[in-house]
Design a protein around this ligand. Structure first.
Ligand code: SF4
Ligand code: SF4
Length: 189
């Protein structure tokens, strides 16, 4: 059973489909995603409700939802979903839409973290934790939080001093370029 979407109001529904390739029309509202989601209890609007609101094109209430920025992309929901709806991809799309519409919540530093995470991937072809953390700390002006953990992380090789030189930078840059031009060509109401 597929929900019929009113074409006149199909803005965010279509935008998410265009960006992520995920069609949420088939969602059965079984809530298996919500029941397995590790952050569902911490957010006001759980994953199944995000999908429901998407089906009804409730753009503002969706992109202002805390789950959009708290989703850990763990794919637990995807593995449980009988309709194979890729929720993490939907959340990625919603973050892109939120940034494009300039509605990113000022509260909290998650958008800043995401920005520098992606920036290091686009520059080095892989994530570069130290560079990302340094840029993030400059952005938050919170220079000393958690610095005591740094020696232990270095010792246990959880963090590298230098970026990886093995990444295919050209290929990754191409992905970012394609994604950027694709996003620029999309019209979101
Ligand atoms: S598990 Fe899938 S079908 Fe069920 S509510 Fe979540 S998204 Fe919809
Ligand atoms: S991918 Fe996001 S929405 Fe899905 S279970 Fe993980 S945290 Fe929850």
């Amino acid at each position: 059973m597929h929900l019929v979407i009113n074409k006149r109001e199909a803005g965010i529904f279509n935008a998410v489909k265009e960006i992520s390739g995920v069609d949420v029309a088939g969602c059965l509202q079984c809530k298996k995603c919500t029941n397995g989601c590790p952050v569902a209890k911490l957010v006001k609007v759980p994953p199944s409700e995000i999908i429901r609101r998407l089906q009804f094109n409730e753009c503002d209430s969706i992109i202002n939802s805390d789950l959009v920025w708290m989703c850990a992309s763990c794919d637990t929901c995807f593995s449980r979903c009988p309709m194979q709806i890729d929720m993490a991809a939907v959340m990625d799309a919603l973050r892109i839409i939120s940034i494009r519409k300039n509605t990113v919540k000022q509260k909290g530093n998650i958008p800043l973290f995401n920005k520098w995470f992606l920036k290091t991937v686009s520059i080095f072809g892989r994530t570069y934790d130290l560079g990302m953390i340094a840029a993030y700390k400059v952005g938050t002006s919170n220079y000393f939080q958690d610095v005591d953990k740094f020696p232990m992380m270095l010792q246990k090789r959880k963090i590298a001093l230098f970026p990886s030189f093995k990444a295919d930078k050209k290929y990754v840059k191409k992905i970012f370029k394609n994604r950027k031009s694709r996003n620029n060509n999309q019209d979101i109401e």
